[in-house]
Ligand binder design. Structure first.
Ligand SMILES: CC(C)(COP(=O)(O)OP(=O)(O)OC[C@H]1O[C@@H](n2cnc3c(N)ncnc32)[C@H](O)[C@@H]1OP(=O)(O)O)[C@@H](O)C(=O)NCCC(=O)NCCS
Length: 332
């Protein structure tokens, strides 16, 4: 019996229209375009405006686009996984909301929370369902509405994040393409450096928790930076090495977009030049679980069948991950 591989056979994405520039942030907190650009590489980010619009709005748009591009009947979808830390509600899962909205009436669906590593944890999970031989079409979405949990009075966090979502379709193939290898890691001792303290079962929402601004992202940036830079580079280098991938045979590094300095360090460690590094941090900032599918969406036209991609991310938890994907199709 031949081995079943999980191929990425389509990509979709969505970013909201509203552009929050560094210049506008200068009017909101004490910061400067120069500081943000030199410390992070971010120039602008997208914000989902409007009442009662959760992350599902962006996930639905991304999935509808992908279904239309790949001419896929939503009734054929077996499973939808949504990686997010900003679900529409604690329950039901936002993946269920998406399934209903796109007509995936025969699917089951659930969310995964692994912060900025969420999309790659979900991609590996989706790939395993495909490899079981039971599931034939799996949609993996990564997206966040970070503006819903940001304190726009805290200059250390509000300048980094933005809103957006992307998705991929996974299907089985006997060719050696798709999700070929992965290294997934987590370390719960990282909890104190990057979290949202209230709104869960430990500190449910109260007037006091709101007054104490505990429903916003809390980050000790410099500490997170140190963990992120080492661990992202480590797993990216490890996965390249154990798959005998060299700077010459790696087609693209697809790194989480948290900070351009972390991206550069990872590229250096893997030994590849900037022309092989997917990057859109300048225009979207850090969309948490959205960054990696949005990169695939932005670069889809440049990808060719057989390209070797190293995808790598680091996030709250801590969590970190690298995935080796061999691209399965030429764009047409
Ligand atoms: C957040 C981050 C950009 C901050 O950059 P940094 O170089 O570490 O900056 P520091 O936090 O050490 O702060 C340096 C100074 O800049 C100031 N500063 C922080 N944010 C600022 C802003 N937006 N504008 C101007 N100054 C700012 C700080 O107050 C500090 O001032 P001080 O020296 O007078 O105390 C960086 O730490 C980072 O990217 N961290 C990792 C983020 C990440 O990867 N998250 C995980 C995935 S989500």
């Amino acid at each position: 019996m031949s081995i079943i591989h999980a191929a990425i056979t389509g990509v979709g994405g969505y970013v909201p229209d509203y552009i929050l520039t560094n210049q506008e942030l200068e009017t909101m907190v004490e910061t400067s375009d120069e500081w943000i650009t030199s410390r992070t590489g971010i120039k602008e980010r997208r914000i989902l405006k409007g009442e009662n619009k959760g992350v599902s709005v962006m996930g639905i748009a991304a999935v509808k686009q992908m279904l239309s591009k790949t001419k896929t009947d939503p009734r054929e979808i077996d499973l939808i996984i949504f990686a997010t830390v900003t679900p529409d509600m604690p329950f039901p899962a936002t993946a269920n909301v998406v399934a209903a909205a796109v007509g995936a009436v025969n699917s089951f669906s659930f969310d995964i929370g692994a912060a900025c590593s969420g999309f790659l944890f979900a991609l590996e999970t989706g790939a395993r369902f495909i490899q079981s031989g039971i599931y034939k079409k799996v949609i993996v979405i990564g997206g966040d509405k970070m503006s819903s949990i940001l304190d726009y009075k805290d200059r250390t966090t509000c300048i980094i994040f933005g809103d957006g979502a992307g998705c991929v379709l996974l299907e089985p193939t006997s060719e050696k393409v798709g999700v070929l290898d992965s290294i997934l890691k987590s370390d719960g001792t990282g909890e104190s450096y990057l979290n949202m303290k209230a709104g869960g079962s430990r500190i449910p929402a109260t007037h006091e928790s709101v007054a104490a601004r505990q429903h916003f992202v809390y980050q000790e940036g410099a500490a997170v930076f140190k963990f992120a830079v080492t661990n992202t580079a480590d797993v990216a280098a490890q996965i390249a090495e154990r798959n005998q991938l060299t700077p010459e045979t790696i087609s693209w590094l697809v790194p989480h977009q948290a900070n351009k300095r972390i991206i550069d360090a990872t590229a250096n460690r893997v030994g590849i030049t900037e022309d092989k590094v997917m990057m859109n941090i300048a225009k979207y900032g850090n969309t948490t679980a959205g960054t990696i599918p949005l990169l695939l969406w932005d670069y889809e036209k440049q990808l060719k069948k057989g390209d070797n991609l190293i995808l790598a991310a680091f996030g709250g938890g801590f969590t970190w991950v690298a995935v080796y994907v061999k691209w399965a199709y030429d764009y047409h």
